[in-house]
Design a protein around this ligand. Structure first.
Ligand code: F6R
Length: 361
């Protein structure tokens, strides 16, 4: 049932081009976006996105999309904090709950808190029969198929895709995107399965660097903009399955404290596609190298051409339009964690202390 793979996690990472293509076929049709007609962002004053763990990082990426594309203010929070804060919620707002299992206790409690307070509750779920799907006003399936590995992989990329289509819809509804621009973004999204396949070809290269990473006691991940949540996701994946201490930081925050951690034993993984923020991230990376830090730079050809000097290892990703780069960069984040854990010999699919579905608070 692992289809020739050693672990479910490896199988589920490899399945991403196929499941993402399924989700794309569902949400993007020749007529435009296929979303329920009662979803209308035109008169919404705010969005609240709530989830736990990896699903929360998907929300964190989506915040960049909703704000930049649709000019819609977005609040994000982890469910276990949100539900106890008694947050005031505008009646003209939507609340979105992202959950692979649809049974996460804190996320479900957050949904119940929002019910009747907001104009609509929307669930982005993998299990359509789940409590979160049933109790929300609108449930949008991510169509990732059954995810067995405890570490979430294909669910994350499919969550991102559904959130991206919602952000495009919001941008259209609110008059911030022309029909032609929407068509262009849809074309870009349709490139993703092919690009993911190419990113998966980096498996062997990432396997080799992961042997070194498996010796580390601490690993740092850096990213800027929508790559910052990817840094957090990379760190979460690594710590949960390899038990190596890892932290993700916004590149620009490094000098406000974490740079004190840098030494030659602490690998620093930098996610930096050659986008508008590239130079800023590279200057943070150089600060790391100036303090003896060894950097693994994950970028594209353009980025590596200008910034590889002095870097410990490079990984060359396919080029991808900036906006949807986080969907592609999920692959190296997952593969680094996977191969490091395999090199350490930990139980990848069933990491200690963790459960697939967290139905207690
Ligand atoms: C990390 C992971 C967890 C889940 C979190 C939420 O790899 O799998 O952080 O993302 O427990 O679970 P769901 O999405 O089922 O609500």
């Amino acid at each position: 049932e692992k289809g020739g793979y050693k672990h479910f996690m490896a199988k589920e990472i490899a399945e991403q081009p196929v499941v993402l293509a399924d989700a794309l076929r569902h949400y993007l049709t020749t007529d435009g976006l296929n979303l329920p007609s009662e979803l209308d962002f035109s008169n919404i004053s705010r969005l609240t996105l709530v989830a736990c763990g990896t699903a929360f990082y998907a929300c964190s990426v989506a915040k960049y999309w909703f704000e930049s594309l649709a000019r819609l203010p977005v609040e994000i929070d982890v469910a276990s904090e949100f539900r106890y804060r008694e947050p005031p919620l505008p009646t003209d707002s939507y609340a979105i709950f992202v959950s692979q299992s649809g049974e996460t206790a804190d996320t479900l409690a957050a949904l119940r808190y929002c019910d009747e307070k907001v104009a609509k509750t929307i669930a982005v779920v993998n299990v359509p029969t789940s409590s979160i799907a049933r109790e929300s006003d609108i449930a949008l399936p991510i169509l990732a198929g059954v995810e067995v590995g405890v570490a979430s992989t294909k669910a994350f990329t499919c969550q991102l895709l559904v959130l991206a289509t919602l952000a495009l819809k919001a941008a259209r509804d609110r008059g911030h995107m022309s029909e032609a621009e929407l068509a262009k973004h849809m074309e870009t999204l349709r490139l993703l399965p092919g690009l993911l396949t190419r990113a998966l070809d980096l498996d062997e290269a990432l396997n080799i660097v992961s042997n070194d990473l498996s010796e580390a006691r601490d690993v740092l991940f850096l990213g800027r903009g929508a790559m910052y949540p990817l840094a957090l996701e990379g760190a979460l994946k690594l710590k949960e399955i390899s038990y190596i201490h890892a932290e993700g930081y916004a590149s620009g925050e490094l000098k406000h404290g974490p740079i004190a951690l840098i030494d030659s034993h602490t690998p620093v993984i930098v996610f930096a596609p050659h986008d508008a923020l590239f130079d800023k991230t590279v200057s943070n990376m150089q600060e790391v190298m100036a303090r003896g830090g060894k950097v693994l730079l994950v970028s594209d050809r353009k980025g590596l051409d200008v910034a590889s000097e002095g870097v410990w290892q490079t990984v060359q990703m396919p080029e991808v339009p900036d906006l949807f780069a986080p969907i592609l960069y999920a692959v190296p984040a997952q593969l680094i964690a996977y191969h490091t854990a395999v090199a350490k010999g930990t139980d990848v699919d069933q990491p200690r202390n963790l459960a697939k579905s967290v139905t207690v608070e």
